[in-house]
Write a protein that binds this ligand. Structure first.
Ligand SMILES: Nc1ncnc2c1ncn2[C@@H]1O[C@H](COP(=O)(O)OP(=O)(O)OP(=O)(O)O)[C@@H](O)[C@H]1O
Length: 264
């Protein structure tokens, strides 16, 4: 058996962190996702790719119930985190969003100090012990590869940081609450090539501790940072597998056309 097949089997044997089963999603009467079943392997990076409007962000936002915030939306099917249904009435949504953190396309630091940005989630959770907070700040900023650049100006406004630094600060804020999964919705689309490279390197480091799901329009980025790739088209999951396999030998013609830039 070749290495690719062995890797694929290894992934399917591992219990997934998050698993969508027969997921349908509606904005009012308009259906955006159709019957999506997809399991995300632990401590791996999965890229969601596909042309604009195919439902990548919608799917990502289902995974921590961010879509609940949009009026008139409806979900069918199930999404489980470590086996527990995230849409069940017993699920604590605040706790779910702690476990499944999110980093957005445009960095969104609060108009507060760098320090307060990092510990925002901890403060909300009622943590006030200064030693605990100091430690979390250092650990999270180190984890987000930002510590050396900001350690001497933690009390200064986060808005004074560069765009790339602000995005890494948002990653620090996401990891400060110790999530299991980090959702990233085109995290580099507003960044220059150098800052993009830093965030991509960071994703490579974070995958040792977290399960990462990243939406990207950038095919090279998907190929560089992800272990697995899912290709969506018009709300359907067309193909899923090892990134190496999807990019070298896609099974589906639509996938091939998309990754070779023939459409989208
Ligand atoms: N808040 C909303 N209300 C109504 N329809 C929406 C909303 N957000 C997205 N849609 C629709 O759902 C479909 C999927 O959109 P979505 O943003 O998930 O796609 P996407 O693949 O992430 O696109 P892009 O790559 O352009 O960000 C589209 O038809 C879009 O118009």
């Amino acid at each position: 058996m070749d290495q690719l097949s062995q890797d694929n089997i290894a992934a399917t044997l591992e219990t997934p962190v998050i698993e969508a089963e027969k997921l349908n999603f509606f904005y009012g009467n308009a259906q955006a996702l159709y019957n999506i079943s997809l399991a995300f392997p632990r401590r791996k990076v999965t890229a969601l790719i596909g042309p604009s409007g195919c439902g990548k962000s919608t799917f990502l936002r289902c995974l921590n119930r961010m879509n609940d915030l949009v009026d008139g939306t409806r979900v069918e099917g199930s999404i489980k985190i470590n086996g527990a249904d995230i849409y069940s009435s017993s699920m604590d949504v605040i706790e779910l969003r702690r476990r499944v953190g999110m980093v957005f396309q445009k960095s969104n630091p609060f108009p507060k100090s760098i320090y307060e940005n990092v510990i925002y989630g901890l403060r909300i959770a009622g943590v006030n012990n200064k030693a605990v907070l100091d430690e979390a700040v250092e650990k999270s900023l180190k984890g987000a590869a930002l510590w050396d650049e900001v350690k001497d100006r933690l009390t200064q406004s986060a808005l004074g940081l560069s765009g790339g630094q602000q995005q890494r600060l948002c990653i620090a804020r996401a990891i400060a609450v110790n999530p299991e999964v980090i959702l990233m919705d085109e995290p580099c689309s507003a960044l220059d090539p150098k800052s993009t490279a830093r965030v991509e390197d960071l994703i490579g480091e974070l995958r040792q501790d977290y399960t990462i799901i990243i939406v990207t329009h950038n095919m090279q980025q998907a190929a560089r940072v992800s272990d697995y790739t899912a290709f969506l088209y018009e709300g359907l999951l067309v193909e899923y597998g090892l990134t190496k396999k999807i990019f070298m030998k896609p099974k589906n013609k639509q996938t091939e056309d998309y990754i070779t830039g023939r459409f989208g």
